[in-house]
Design a protein around this ligand. Structure first.
Ligand code: C2O
Ligand code: CU
Ligand code: CU
Length: 427
């Protein structure tokens, strides 16, 4: 609803049950319903507010992943919502169109809260995204695809037992929007899929066996131009928008297969040889051809020559720069308005998924080389291959606050909960 110029959303975290498999009631958590949450949507320039209520028996929080907003509204571990309480963050949408998402961020408990089903999409629109003539009828040719893997115990309940796997839980059931064996009836010549890897640990590689896709957007919005791709790799927390051409009357299956994890030691333990059918697209006979997308790209304006600070972050064990997360320690102090380079080094034979709150960054280089085209747009989360250095450029535009920090962390949620996270303030 809109009141006094503010668009107001309501999200209530609650426990319930979901029938994933017929005849079995699985205990789940959801926003407003029993599992997952509604898609929120707002336009650049709009003021939004969310009434976040917690009807669970435990403390939670709701973080707006990818959103540029004041730290007190960020929904990180410092903005906890106690059982029975309501929290009311409000901010102005001030960034390009993108597929963002929201999920809890309670200290040390994020993996469980997301895994139980607390997650949803937050879509942003702007003039450029509307001018880009991409398929944009929500649920028709513009389809949300939240991908999550789950593991069930013998009683049909969700289990987070990862058998001590260092990556976290790798479930053997992959769901789209909470549905096993998902399909979508397509009525248009092209369809746009908004992919979110909402899994706790698993990295996917999405593609079709019989066709390429156009990768049109990553975490923070459109790419400089569409990138023709066979496979799109997504680590936990990352998003991608792809446009797929349909063949009338012929089903096409989006699949995740053999993700290239980039030299991870023991890739099998990381799901490196797993293959899943994710979503079947069932186009009608005699489809209307969709128009070729026209392209509008808003430059990030992030130039290496403008950078005034370089910081380095070394990831090893469950630590960043040798330290585990401490709620009472500020790790980095950033000056507002500065453009910075964050040099992120993965010193581990395993992969991580590095995420920074508040900003969209651009990848300047990977091990000194220019990044591949899929990393040329706005990003807030990036897959870190083992033993590589990623140079990220970002600018901290506004919202100073010496007391309330933002987070940076690994988005593999077991790693995050075990302390692979740090805090920065903007002053
Ligand atoms: Cu998606 Cu700090 O989180
Ligand atoms: Cu975030
Ligand atoms: Cu990690």
């Amino acid at each position: 609803r809109v009141e006094g110029g503010t668009r107001i959303f309501e999200l209530t975290a609650r426990a319930g049950t979901t029938e994933f498999m017929s005849g079995t009631e699985t205990r789940t958590w959801g926003f407003n319903g029993a599992h997952l949450g509604p898609t929120l949507r707002a336009t650049r320039g709009e003021r939004v507010a969310v009434e976040v209520s917690n009807e669970l028996d435990e403390t939670t929080s709701v973080h707006w992943h990818g959103m540029h907003l004041p730290p007190q509204m960020d929904g990180g571990p410092h903005q906890s919502v106690e059982p029975g309480e309501t929290w009311l963050p409000a901010w102005e949408i001030d960034q390009p169109a993108a597929t963002l998402w929201y999920h809890p961020h309670p200290h040390g408990e994020t993996e469980k809260h997301v895994y139980m089903g607390l997650a949803g999409l937050f879509l942003l629109d702007d003039d450029a995204s509307q001018a880009a003539t991409l398929p944009s009828e929500y649920g028709v040719d513009d389809v949300p695809v939240i991908v999550q893997d789950k593991k069930f115990d013998d009683a049909g309940q969700l289990t987070l037992d990862s058998d001590g796997n260092e990556v976290g839980l790798l479930g053997d059931v992959v769901m789209v929007n909470g549905t096993v064996g998902a399909y979508h009836e397509v009525t248009t010549g092209r369809v746009r899929l908004r992919l979110l890897n909402g899994s706790t640990a698993r990295t996917y590689s999405f593609g079709f066996e019989d066709r390429q896709v156009d990768l049109v957007a990553t975490d923070g919005g459109l790419l400089p131009e569409p990138v023709r791709s066979d496979q799109v790799r997504l680590a936990p927390g990352e998003r991608a928008e792809i446009v797929v051409e349909m063949t009338p009357g012929e089903a096409a299956v989006l699949r995740s297969s053999d993700p290239d994890l980039g030299g991870v030691a023991a890739p099998f333990a990381f799901g490196g040889n797993d293959t899943f059918d994710v979503l079947e697209l069932r186009p009608a006979e005699g489809l209307e051809p969709s128009p070729e997308p026209e392209w509008v790209w808003e430059d990030t304006g992030l130039r290496e020559a403008d950078a005034v600070v370089t910081r380095s972050f070394e990831l090893q064990g469950r630590k960043i720069n040798g330290l585990r997360m401490d709620m009472n320690r500020i790790d980095e102090v950033v000056t507002v308005g500065d453009t910075e380079i964050w040099e992120v080094r993965n010193l581990h034979p395993v992969s991580h998924s590095f995420h920074v709150h508040d900003v969209q960054f651009r990848v300047l280089s990977v091990d000194g080389e220019p990044p591949p085209p899929e990393l040329s747009g706005r990003k807030d989360t990036v897959y870190l291959e083992p033993n590589r250095t990623y140079r990220l450029i970002m600018r901290f535009e506004d919202y100073t606050d010496p007391d309330w920090p933002y987070m940076y962390h690994c988005h593999m949620l077991l790693h995050e909960d075990e302390g692979m996270m740090g805090q920065f303030v903007v002053v």
